[in-house]
Design a protein around this ligand. Structure first.
Ligand code: SF4
Length: 289
């Protein structure tokens, strides 16, 4: 892992792509190295064009304190193109220092991670005025998870949600990205619904240069789904997603599960039953860790 520290002018960035007012990304790059990471395009804009996603990390330092007046009554999304609790956060504590600055501030914070390291900051989270924590899980199969990312095990992520919930932190399980044929969303809900307040759903989107990595992986490891992936990702047939979206809505409504669906298609975007989200959010690819 190539690590460097960089000085930035402000942690707060006005968000034009999410439903939030501001976004904070404490790092550039992400050691979790998910094979399907939408954020890998960031290499192009951050002097890492020739480096492999997951092999570099820029640690952002900022001397200027967060402008509290700016964020009162606003929403802040941490983090959209990195994981703010990647393993190096244990050493650098950038996210922790940012949260400390937001203590007692009347703003809505959403933290997205795939790491149980967030539990280090449990006491801090409990003191924030309004915080929601999202952990993404798209399988219960640790082998598939290991094939896809370097983040915490599924067992640890579920346990993290449980502990957060026991400590009255609002928990969201983001079933993302949904891999056709592989992700069984009902199994994930069934195992977690006692300690999850809300579910988000997002489909697999193969728009980046990782498309052929994923298709090759499916070819090699799940040849039974080769035709299905070809239909969806080469022929751009949305039928699978349309059927799945209806199925999710029916299942969640029937079982009184709070949820939002964020499905992105080339031709159209549909979203959400339980939340009214603005159209910007729906139209743009949002990486939810
Ligand atoms: S999807 Fe999230 S956790 Fe995975 S590599 Fe990208 S930023 Fe990191």
């Amino acid at each position: 892992m190539k690590i460097q520290t960089i000085e930035i002018k402000d942690y707060l960035v006005k968000s034009s792509i999410t439903l939030n007012d501001f976004v904070i990304n404490p790092y550039i790059g992400c050691p979790h190295a998910c094979k399907y990471c939408y954020a890998s395009y960031m290499r192009r804009f951050t002097n890492h064009i020739n480096e492999k996603w997951g092999t570099f990390l820029d640690v952002k330092y900022c001397n200027k304190p967060i402008d509290i007046k700016k964020v009162i009554g606003k929403s802040i999304f941490i983090s959209s193109v990195t994981d703010c609790y990647n393993p190096y956060e244990a050493k650098y504590c950038i996210t922790q220092n940012i949260l400390k600055q937001l203590l007692n501030v009347d703003c809505n914070i959403m933290i997205v991670t795939k790491s149980s390291l967030i539990l280090r900051d449990l006491d801090l989270l409990k003191q924030l005025k309004s915080v929601k924590v999202t952990l993404s899980i798209n399988t219960l199969d640790e082998q598939f998870k290991n094939d896809m990312d370097n983040a915490s095990s599924i067992k640890d992520r579920l346990n993290t949600l449980k502990i957060l919930n026991e400590n009255n932190i609002y928990t969201i399980l983001f079933i993302s990205p949904i891999f056709p044929g592989i992700t069984n969303y009902r199994d994930i809900i069934n195992i977690s619904n006692e300690y999850v307040n809300e579910y988000f759903f997002e489909n697999l989107n193969l728009r980046g240069d990782y498309k052929y990595t994923i298709l090759k992986y499916i070819n090699d490891k799940y040849p039974q789904y080769k035709e299905l992936y070809n239909e969806i990702f080469i022929l751009n047939n949305n039928k699978y997603w349309n059927v799945l979206e209806l199925d999710i809505k029916e299942y969640c409504n029937k079982n009184s599960i709070k949820y939002s669906v964020y499905f992105y298609h080339k031709q159209f975007v549909k979203s959400s039953e339980s939340n009214k989200l603005n159209s910007k959010f729906k139209q743009n690819q949002l990486k939810f860790s």
